[in-house]
Design a protein around this ligand. Structure first.
Ligand code: AP5
Length: 197
């Protein structure tokens, strides 16, 4: 299974990749987690990345691809696929991923698009902030992340819809209801085996 999880901040990309990777064995690759891990090393690169993520701005494509593509190649080699969380985030990234996918036989099977109203997303992220204190879960940065999604990432939805691989899911529901729906939709698409669903 080669799957992309496309969604605004707080819609549940990480939440649903977490059970999907457990149930399928396919590697979960979160661009945000990879960027935060590099930032925590304190390297020059990590400090540069933290400036972008701390503001809620997108990290430049070359830095993102340098981190992500080796992880995607290793995931396909070692686990037979990928669950991409938070990448691609622009139409330019989606186009480049498509080209790399064709060159290296890593083409995406489906794109799950989780959506929920901004007010719900803000509430979830503020709730997480009170528990985990992620650097970009501050009110003004959350607002900026949502604006960046609307401006730069929302067009990616149409890009994949036009290619017939988009699966749209209402994420303004309890986690279990979304999970049941996602399982069913992936089973209907032939991407999950019936005994897994
Ligand atoms: P990233 O780490 O991808 O953050 P994000 O997109 O803002 O997403 P989140 O992790 O906040 O939310 P999520 O959708 O995963 O939801 P989650 O399951 O965690 O990116 C961070 C930064 O890195 C970006 O701003 C950018 O700077 C940079 N970056 C990353 N990728 C990049 C790229 N490709 N190009 C350039 N820059 C890039 O859930 C959130 C909370 O809600 C949790 O507490 C969860 O328990 C709760 N929750 C989830 N679902 C539900 C539900 N149904 N009901 C109630 N609560 C729920």
């Amino acid at each position: 299974m080669n799957l992309i999880m496309l969604a605004p901040p707080g819609a549940g990309k990480g939440t649903h990749c977490s059970w999907l990777t457990q149930e399928t064995g396919v590697a979960h690759i979160s661009s945000g987690d990879l960027l935060r891990a590099e930032s925590r090393t304190g390297s020059d690169l990590g400090r540069r990345l933290a400036e972008y993520t701390g503001r809620g701005d997108l990290v430049p494509d070359d830095l993102v691809f340098a981190l992500l593509i080796p992880a995607v190649v290793a995931a396909v080699r070692d686990t037979g696929g990928y669950l991409l969380d938070g990448f691609p985030r622009t139409v330019a990234q989606a186009r480049r991923l498509m080209e790399i996918g064709i060159e290296r036989d890593l083409v995406t099977d489906a794109v799950l698009y989780l959506s929920a109203p901004d007010a719900v997303l803000v509430e979830r992220l503020l709730d997480r902030a009170s528990r985990e204190g992620r650097a970009d879960d501050r009110p003004e940065v959350i607002r900026h992340r949502l604006a960046v999604f609307a401006e730069d990432t929302a067009p990616v939805v149409g890009y994949y819809r036009d290619r017939g691989v988009l699966i749209e899911v209402d994420a303004d529901r309890p986690v279990d209801a979304i999970r049941t729906d996602v399982r069913q939709r992936l089973t209907d698409s032939g991407l999950l085996a019936l005994d897994t669903a």
